[in-house]
Design a protein around this ligand. Structure first.
Ligand code: ADP
Ligand code: MG
Ligand code: ZN
Length: 479
C-alpha cells in the first residue's frame, strides 16, 4: 500500500474574535493590545460574585455569521459552563454553548479542481476568549494578562468534509472573506482574531468509517496549516502502514522543525461537566430580529463578482481575484470611481499590489495608501504625466510612505518628458552615438528602432514618453 491508497479527512473548529466594541459579558473594550490588565473589570477578572450580562451585539453578529453561511438560527438557546482549569482562565470555567448552539446546519461553498463543493457547518456558537500568559524569556515564570479574557468569539465547527490541505486553505479563505464582508470580525490572523483547530485523520480509499483523528490547536497561518496537514497525514499513514494505530490526541505543530509533537494533556478524553449557566437568561431570537439582521447583510462576494463582469466588463478571472477579499474589492471600487478606468485599476491591483503583498507577507487590509491615491496614480499615467514604468516606482514608494503620488513624483523629479524639443534633443544625441543602428535600420532592420528607443529611455532614466520617442526616431531615420 502507498500514500495514494489513502484519503485525508479534515474537520475544522475555527475561532473568530468578534469586532464588537465591548466584551461579551461586561463593558470593557475588546481592543487588541494595551498595557497588561488595563482592559479589565471585576467581571472579566472573575471576582467572586460578579455577574455577567450578555452583550446583545454578540448575538446579532453571530446571527449575521449564521445567515451568511446558510445556517438555521435557533429560536431559543442558552449559555453553558464548560469547566476546565487553565491559568489564564480565572473563573476555571468558560461560558460557551453546549447542546443548543445559536446557529446550526449551514454550509460554505468552495471552488475545487472538480468544481464547486459544499462544506457543511455543524454549528456556530458564541463563547468568551481566555486571557494570555506572557512567558518570561529567562524562565523566571509567567505573568497573566486578562485584557483578552471575555473578548467575544464565535466558534465555527465544520463537518469532516474536507479532503486535502488545498481544500482546507480554500475553505478558510472563503470563511475569512465572508466574515470580513459582513464586518463581524477583522480576521487579523497574526493577532489571533482568526485561528483554527485542525482535526486530521486518514482512511483507506473507499472505506466507510473515518479513521482516528488527531487535533492541532490554535493555528493561525495558512502556510503552517497546509504544511501541518500534509505532514500529519503522512505521519498517520506511516503509522498505519507499519501496523500501528493512530492515537486520538492533541498535537502541537512546530513550524521550525516542520513536525508535530504530542502535547502532554490528552484533552480529547476530558469531561468538561457542562451545565447551563445559571447567571444568564435564555436567549430568545424572534423572527423579526432575524429578518432585521438579514436586511443588514451586504452584497456578498458572488454577487459582486457578477456585477464586476457585467458593470465593469472585467474578465471573470479579474472579478474572482478582486472579490476574494473585501479590502481589495473596496479598493478596486473606490479607485475606479476616481480614475474611471476599471481594467487599469484591476491590473495594478492584481499584478503590482498583490505581488507586493505576497512578497512582504502582508494582508490587503494593511495596504498603507488609500484607494483614492491609487486612483490618482492611474489618472497621472492615463494623462501621460508619468509612464507606467515610473508608475511602478511611485507605487513602491507609496507602500513605504503613503504619500500622494503627485508629491512622490515631484520629490523624485519623475515627471515624464513629453516636451517635443526635449525629446528631439535626446533622439539626436542617441542617433549620433549609435551610427551602427542607423545603418542597420537603413539596411532594412526595423528592430533597430526598438534598440534606439531603449537607449533613449536609459538616457532619460525612464522619463521620456515612449510613444513620442518612437515617432520621432522614425521621422529622423526616414528623413
Ligand atoms: P470535539 O473536538 O469537541 O470532540 P467533535 O468530535 O464534534 O468535537 O469534532 C470536532 C471537529 O473534528 C469537527 O470539525 C469534526 O468535523 C472533526 N472531526 C470529527 N471526526 C473526525 C475525523 N475522524 N477526522 C477528521 N476530522 C474529524
Ligand atoms: Mg476539538
Ligand atoms: Zn470587564
Amino acid at each position: 500500500m502507498s500514500k495514494e491508497d489513502y484519503e485525508i479527512v479534515i474537520g475544522l473548529e475555527v475561532h473568530s474574535e468578534l469586532s464588537t466594541k465591548t466584551k461579551i459579558f461586561c463593558s470593557c473594550p475588546t481592543e487588541f493590545g494595551g498595557d497588561p490588565n488595563t482592559h479589565c473589570c471585576p467581571i472579566c477578572m472573575a471576582m467572586p460574585g460578579a455577574l455577567p450580562v450578555l452583550n446583545k451585539k454578540v448575538v446579532e453578529y453571530a446571527i449575521k455569521a449564521g445567515l451568511a453561511t446558510n445556517c438555521e438560527i435557533a429560536k431559543e438557546c442558552k449559555n453553558d459552563r464548560k469547566n476546565y482549569f487553565y491559568p489564564d482562565l480565572p473563573k476555571s470555567y468558560q461560558i460557551s454553548q453546549f447542546d443548543i448552539p445559536i446557529c446550526s446546519n449551514g454550509y460554505v461553498e468552495i471552488d475545487t479542481d472538480n468544481g464547486k463543493k459544499k462544506i457543511g457547518l455543524t454549528r456556530i456558537h458564541i463563547e468568551e476568549d481566555a486571557g494570555k500568559l506572557n512567558h518570561d524569556a529567562y524562565g523566571r515564570g509567567s505573568l497573566v494578562d486578562l485584557n483578552r479574557a471575555g473578548v467575544p468569539l464565535i466558534e465555527i465547527v465544520s463537518e469532516p468534509d474536507l479532503r486535502s490541505a488545498e481544500e482546507v486553505e480554500s475553505y478558510l479563505r472563503k470563511l475569512k472573506s465572508i466574515l470580513e464582508y459582513i464586518e463581524v470580525s477583522d480576521c487579523k490572523m497574526q493577532e489571533g482574531s482568526l485561528r483554527a483547530d485542525v482535526n486530521v485523520s486518514v482512511r483507506k480509499k473507499g472505506a466507510k468509517e473515518f479513521g482516528i483523528r488527531t487535533e492541532m490547536k490554535n493555528m493561525n497561518s495558512f502556510r503552517s496549516i497546509v504544511r501541518a496537514i500534509n505532514y500529519e497525514a503522512e505521519r498517520q499513514i506511516e503509522v498505519l502502514e507499519e501496523g500501528g494505530v493512530v492515537t486520538q490526541e492533541t498535537l502541537r505543530w512546530d513550524d521550525v522543525s516542520g513536525k508535530t509533537f504530542a502535547m502532554r494533556d490528552k484533552e480529547d478524553a476530558q469531561d468538561y461537566r457542562y451545565f447551563p449557566e445559571p447567571d444568564l437568561a435564555i436567549i430568545k431570537i424572534s423572527d423579526e430580529m432575524k429578518e432585521e439582521i438579514r436586511k443588514t447583510l451586504p452584497e456578498m462576494p458572488e454577487k459582486r463578482r457578477e456585477r464586476y463582469i457585467s458593470e465593469y466588463k472585467l474578465p471573470e478571472y479579474d472579478a474572482n481575484v478582486l472579490t476574494s477579499e473585501k479590502a481589495l474589492s473596496d479598493m478596486f471600487e473606490k479607485a475606479t470611481e476616481v480614475c474611471n478606468n476599471p481594467k487599469a485599476v484591476s491590473n495594478w491591483i492584481m499584478t503590482e499590489i498583490i505581488g507586493f503583498l505576497n512578497s512582504k507577507e502582508l494582508e490587503a487590509k494593511e495596504i498603507p495608501f488609500t484607494a483614492e491615491q491609487l486612483g490618482n496614480l492611474i489618472v497621472l499615467i492615463d494623462k501621460g504625466t508619468i509612464s507606467s514604468s515610473i508608475g511602478k516606482k511611485v507605487l513602491n514608494k507609496m507602500f513605504e510612505e503613503a504619500k500622494e503620488p503627485k508629491v512622490i513624483i515631484e520629490e523624485n523629479g519623475w515627471i515624464q518628458i513629453s516636451d517635443e524639443g526635449a525629446i528631439k534633443e535626446v533622439v539626436i544625441k542617441i542617433l549620433e552615438a549609435n551610427p551602427q543602428s542607423v545603418a542597420d535600420y537603413k539596411a532594412g532592420k526595423d528592430k533597430a528602432v526598438g534598440f534606439l528607443v531603449g537607449q533613449a529611455m536609459k538616457e532619460t532614466r525612464g522619463k521620456a514618453n515612449p510613444q513620442m520617442l518612437n515617432k520621432m526616431f522614425l521621422e529622423e531615420l526616414n528623413k
